[in-house]
Each structure stands twice: as structure tokens, then as C-alpha cells.
Design a protein around this ligand. Structure first.
Ligand code: BES
Ligand code: MN
Ligand code: ZN
Length: 493
């Protein structure tokens, strides 16, 4: 894990050193605690000199602010208070203004109308923590002026420190989960191959999660030839990891999360072009999310029975690799004609979905996968594609997406699309042609789901190569951890 800033909570008081961060609206109105310790005229005069108006996302910095012991004062604009609803984003912005040189910083958790409520403080802290994430374990040098995450002691000044700490506890668990997912996705494939990935999931045991690792022999016995076919060209062995957190009602059916864990996707014999292929180290973002989510649920002791299952493989060309035209028999008994060895994620997931459905009979299954380039053509990087056989589950996921900012957009399924993957030689083929590429991929998955409510999230656009946001500056986003934690918290605990 990268060096996290130390986050603490304390009652409102002017800091004796370091940076002080406060918020103001577009009338330059500060919160009550800030008004008490700051000379209002100081901010007004500095604002006039800098043409700072307090509009959302802008900031005013004052060095050696008169009347304060702090070395720097940062005033962050929130625009209209009634529109400043996203406290997580605000926490990210605040953390972004604390420079790497600062050894300590204090953020006043208040809005012009008064102190933030404990839940708002928790969200603010979450944003600060996520913004501070950086994956720099392989950097031995640093260019001058390069942004470095603050290792500062960050104190969040609040009205009720005890209540804030309580609100933070659950969010800290989720933040850790996001960080775990980001670390896994950022890690290169020479380091993080299936066996190593499986080894890292063992850390969940300390939290009380049962972790089972199935090797190739065990998967062979189960008949998982679709998954195994993808991995057969690689010198690295494939793995299936099953994680269980049972903290819900005894005997009640679990909720289940399934992740695509292609540790590297060369495309196999249907090899990808060189340009951008390095990004395919992130083709396990679905699996990374499931591990981060299991961490979050266990660390916050969620009252739920949850199963996480990830199929870990490496898709390589080579003398043993699967060929186009090959036919494999999946665990479900359905035979699959391989048209394109680069459509490998669905082969892995087909077996894992079937396995989880039969073994656990879950309340629902949600799978996450960097499945198709086509989903980026459709939705860009702003929404994950959502496919579901269940309106209620789709609705809940959509709602959780809006609440967390990890947004999903529902796409269609239907028998007309399903026809496109009928095969001449086998029960199904693994690609459906150029049209509706994300949908035919989802139709393929659906053939491995019985009656269980199921949703597939295509996160090819949202899980990696992420746009820079106020709460993420890293290549990997950890997409899905906050979304699914929220789904569980709102609807299944
Ligand atoms: N892992 C890729 C999808 C992907 C592409 C993820 C870009 C993230 C960024 C997947 O295995 C794949 O190769 N899909 C093919 C499917 C095609 C062969 C039917 C694709 O999208 O081109
Ligand atoms: Mn592929
Ligand atoms: Zn892939």
C-alpha cells in the first residue's frame, strides 16, 4: 500500500502550525469556526487581489496569514452551498491543495451555514484519503515539481470528534478496499500473475474472510474447460479464488460478486496490436474490485453473507495456446466454439458464474469485467455498462451508482442479440461479429446464469486508464468497490 496520510479528528481550533484549509461560498462566506479564528477582512482583501470569488472548485492561498500560527491558509470555493452536495469530491479537492511540502494540515469540516454532520465529515475524509493515493512503488527517482502525495498528518476539525470517528470507521474500510483494488490493477503483470494474485487474497483471512484457492487440477475436476482453455497458452498457472464473508443471518442465501481476472491479455493467437497493449495488465480490474469489496465488507463488519469469486488467468499465444476454431466444453455442459481468442473474458466468467450459481444459490450475482472495447465506444469512461436479467437489481445498482458517483448505464439484452452467438459447430460461439459487441458479450454470459437475478458490469472504460478526477489521480480507479459496498449497505444488510 502507498503511504497513506494520517487522518485524525479533533474539535475546531486554529492549528499551531502547517496548512489550514477552510471552505467558503460564492459570497465569500466562511463557516462559523473559521469566522471565529480568521480576520474576515484578510480573506476579503486577498480574494479581491486574486479575483477569487468562491466559485466551486476554485481556491485562494494566503501565505503566512496574519493573526494565525498556520504557515498557509487555503480557502476553497464551494459555489452555492445548496449545490455543494458532494462532500467526497470536496475532500479530494481539499487534499489536492495540501502540498507535498506540508508536514501537517488541518481541514475545517464546515460549510458557511455550520459544521458538517458526521456522515458528511466521513465523506469528506473518504475523498481526502482517495485523493492522496498514489502508486509509486516502482519510482526510484522523481522529477522536480512532480506531484507527490502528502504524507502530512491531516487533522479534520469537527464539531463532534467521536461521532466523526464513528462515521469514518466504515468509510475507512471502504477506502482501504478501493486502495487494494487500485494497487492490484496498477501492478504490472510480471509481478501480478494468477498465482501471485491468489496469494495476495490471503490477506483477507486476517479479517475473518474464508479464502479458498482452486488450482488447475481442481478446476479440471470441476470441468472448467472454458476458463482453463484461456490459460493454457501461458507458462503461468490459472487459479480460481473463492472468498466468503458470513456475517449475515445464518442460513440466508449469500450475495455473490464475480470478477474477471485476466492478469494479462495479449489476445492470445488472435493477438492484439502492440499499440496500448501494456494497458492489458489491468484486465483483472473486475477481480481486483471483488477483492477490494470483500475487504471493505469484512473490515466494516457488514451484516451480510457475501461470496466473492475470481477467475485468474493469463491469455498468451504460444505452442500450447488455444486456437480459433477450437471447441471446449464448459462446466455447464455447453460447448463453445472459439472464434477469437481475444474474447477470453467471457470464457473465464462463463465457468465462474456457473460454478457460483450452482454451489451457492445466491440471492443475486453481480459480475464485473473489463470485457469489451465496444463499451467505451458506447459510454466512454463516464458510465460502466450495466446488463441485467432483473429490473429490481438494475434499479438498485443505478441508484447506488448515482449515490457514489460510480455511475452505471443500463444496456439491453434480448433474444435477437442472443441469436448472433449461435454456432455452426457448437452450442455457442465466443464472438458475435462487429455489431453490438458489448451486448453479445453480455448475452454470452447470460447463457451461464440460470434463473438467479444477475447483473454484468462492463468496466473496460471505468476500471483502468482512468480520467483524472478530484478523488483519483491514478491510472487505476478501483471502480466498483464503493458502488457495490453501497448496494449491499442500502439493500441487503
Ligand atoms: N480485455 C479486452 C477488452 C478491453 C479493451 C478492456 C480495452 C479494456 C480496454 C477483451 O478481452 C477483448 O479483447 N475484447 C475484444 C472482444 C472482441 C474480440 C469480440 C474487444 O473488445 O475487442
Ligand atoms: Mn481479450
Ligand atoms: Zn480481456
Amino acid at each position: 500500500m502507498s503511504d497513506a496520510p494520517k487522518l485524525g479528528f479533533a474539535p475546531f481550533a486554529p492549528p499551531s502550525k502547517g496548512v489550514l484549509v477552510v471552505f467558503c461560498d460564492d459570497g465569500l462566506k466562511l463557516g462559523p469556526a473559521a469566522r471565529k479564528v480568521l480576520d474576515g477582512d484578510l480573506v476579503r482583501r486577498a480574494a479581491a487581489a486574486e479575483r477569487f470569488t468562491g466559485k466551486s472548485g476554485s481556491a485562494l492561498e494566503i501565505v503566512l496569514p496574519a493573526g494565525l500560527k498556520a504557515s498557509r491558509l487555503v480557502v476553497i470555493g464551494i459555489g452555492k452551498e445548496s449545490e455543494a452536495k458532494d462532500l467526497t469530491k470536496l475532500g479530494g479537492i481539499a487534499m489536492g491543495k495540501i502540498s507535498s511540502q506540508a508536514a501537517s494540515a488541518t481541514i475545517f469540516a464546515e460549510l458557511p451555514s455550520g459544521a458538517m454532520k458526521p456522515d458528511q465529515v466521513g465523506d469528506l475524509a473518504l475523498g481526502a484519503r482517495l485523493r492522496a493515493y498514489a502508486f509509486d512503488r516502482y519510482k526510484t527517482k522523481r522529477k522536480e515539481g512532480e506531484e507527490r502525495p502528502p504524507k502530512a498528518n491531516v487533522t479534520i476539525a469537527v464539531a463532534d470528534a467521536g461521532a466523526a470517528r464513528k462515521a469514518w470507521a466504515a468509510r475507512e474500510a471502504v477506502a482501504e478496499g478501493v486502495v487494494i483494488a487500485r494497487d492490484l490493477v496498477n501492478e504490472p503483470a510480471n509481478v501480478l500473475y494468477p498465482e501471485e494474485f491468489a496469494r495476495r487474497t490471503a490477506a483477507l483471512k486476517k479479517l475473518g474472510v474464508a479464502v479458498e484457492v482452486l488450482d488447475e487440477k481442481a478446476m479440471k475436476k470441476l470441468g472448467m474447460n472454458a476458463l482453463l482453455g484461456v490459460g493454457q497458452g501461458s507458462a503461468r498457472e490459472s487459479r480460481l479464488v473463492v472468498m466468503r464473508w458470513n456475517h449475515g443471518r445464518r442460513g440466508s442465501a449469500p450475495v455473490a460478486f464475480i470478477g474477471k481476472g485476466v492478469c494479462f491479455d495479449t489476445g492470445g493467437i488472435s493477438i492484439k496490436p502492440a499499440q496500448g497493449m501494456e494497458d492489458m495488465k489491468g484486465d483483472m480490474a473486475g477481480a481486483a474490485c471483488v477483492v477490494g469489496l470483500m475487504h471493505a465488507l469484512a473490515a466494516r463488519k457488514a451484516r451480510v453473507n457475501a461470496v466473492g469469486a475470481i477467475g485468474l488467468v493469463e491469455n498468451m499465444p504460444g505452442p500450447d495456446a488455444q486456437r480459433p476454431g477450437d471447441i471446449v466444453k464448459s462446466m455447464s455442459g455447453q460447448t463453445i466454439e472459439i472464434i477469437n481468442t481475444d474474447a477470453e473474458g467471457r470464457l473465464v466468467l462463463g465457468d465462474v458464474l456457473w460454478y457460483v450459481g450452482k454451489r451457492f444459490k445466491p440471492k443475486f450475482m453481480v459480475n464485473l469485467a473489463t470485457l469489451t472495447g465496444a463499451i467505451m465506444v458506447a459510454l466512454g469512461q463516464e458510465h460502466a455498462g450495466l446488463f441485467s436479467n432483473d429490473d429490481k437489481l438494475a434499479e438498485r445498482l443505478t441508484k447506488a451508482g448515482l449515490a457514489t458517483g460510480e455511475r452505471v448505464w443500463r444496456m439491453p439484452l434480448g433474444p435477437e442479440y442472443d441469436k448472433l452467438i449461435d454456432s455452426k459447430f457448437a452450442d455457442v460461439k465466443n464472438t458475435g461479429g462487429r455489431n453490438a459487441g458489448s451486448i453479445t458479450a453480455a448475452q454470452f454470459l447470460q447463457r451461464f446464469v440460470d434463473k438467479t437475478p444477475w447483473a454484468h458490469l462492463d468496466i473496460a472504460g471505468t476500471g483502468m486508464n482512468s480520467p483524472q478526477t478530484d478523488i483519483n489521480k491514478s491510472w487505476a480507479s478501483g471502480f466498483g468497490v464503493r458502488l457495490l459496498d453501497r448496494l449491499v449497505a442500502d439493500d441487503y444488510e
